[in-house]
Design a protein around this ligand. Sequence first.
Ligand code: AMP
Ligand code: ZN
Length: 470
Amino acid sequence: MELRFYNTLSRRIEPFEPLEPGRVRMYHCGPTVYQRPHIGNYRAFLFADLLRRVFEARGYEVLQVMNITDVGHLVADADDGEDKLQAQAEKERIDPWELVERVSAEFFADLEALGVRPAHHYPRATQHIPEMVELVRRLLATGHAYRVGDNVYFDVHSFPGYGRLSGNRVEDLEAGARLEPNPEKRHPADFALWKSDPHHLMKWETEFGPHGFPGWHVECSAMAMKYLGESFDIHTGGEDNVFPHHECEIAQSEGATGQPFVRLWMHTKFLQVDGGKMSKSLGNVWNLDDLAERGFSPLDYRFFVLRAHYRGSLNFTWDALAGAREARRALNDLRGRLAAAAAGAAPGRAPVVERARTDFAAALADDLNTSAAVAALFELRNAFLRDGLEPAGAAAALDFLVEEADAQLGFLDPTAAVGPSDEEVEALLAERAEARAARDFARADAIRDRLQRAGIVLEDSPDGVRWHRS
Ligand code: AMP
Ligand code: ZN
């Protein structure tokens, strides 16, 4: 089934075509590690994981990169002002490098708890300074950038495509009151590539001067192109990243290489609280520990996020989270009931399961419509509770629930996994031996596959089959 996604750049839903057949290369704007990411940030990161899983379920080889911003992200996403990391480190009276280590560790632990598949690279900005300097150098050489003292700026008038992603027009931006006048800039909408500040704690000596550090936007361009090449398939972030961050990334990357940077831009809507922004000043910022204190597991939150469409608004309330927890429990319970009804049978055809499978796949292929995908699971559950299923049908439903639905949405409890008991394994092995004796190898293989998926490793030995749990 053809995958179709909404592209922020074209403002349309488009069929997905990878640059290289069978491979997808994607970059996700990751956390600024000055404080533990809140659950709103995880809406953006869970979306990245969903994309990864949907591609992998369809046989794509995925190369996934998420950066860690540990320098240069200034408050209010602006060009001037305090570095978020430095400000927080000073508040806590600790070294900014120590803060980076602590928050990164919290971030990785959260990702694991949320069942996120690890990206292939998590590049840290501070470990890619030479790549950023090289990119700035290229922009100076191609006439897209200019130096003023030890600062380097991007000249937005040198790049006619500036504004295409966000729909902003340079003239409007410059007429707008949002831009602080900066006498160093040629044009008010120009943005910093490299900044100099002797008071900055994280700084590097380069050809631009002794006390420099990179601009936030240039970090992502340099790291994305290092790991994914000058042109790659997908770039994601939260809706606030569209402007200025991603607009500036496009200008820098394409300005330097002359190549199209990214084919598909995808953005998640913000998680809201009471219809407004989740923000520290309003005291409505929650993290995974806050959820745990109220009895919610990270997977409850994962399911809460993933059953809403990523481009739809999503309002966080404790009641809504409780609703997601109930729904998740119902699906865990469904797995247990299906396992009991299947009683070790091999999967066979059952129309309700076929329908669920088709509806589920079609929903995800339709711009990742996870709400419709989850609805297909509940249709199956309702049909099963109402009419029951033959063992072969129940086995097919169980296969679908675990191998397709959970493989892509990741909502089932791993701890409560319903593996076969020792007796069931022995019974299945006896059945497999019988099938082999009757030369029904398809059936024998199906049983072996089924056991394998349940984590049972078989070893054929001269004394018969031995097994253990992996
Ligand atoms: P930051 O740590 O501020 O650099 O943000 C990391 C990622 O989280 C970015 O992609 C943001 O767009 C995203 N983000 C921030 N707040 C929210 C929110 N309330 N809902 C969804 N995504 C968010
Ligand atoms: Zn970024």
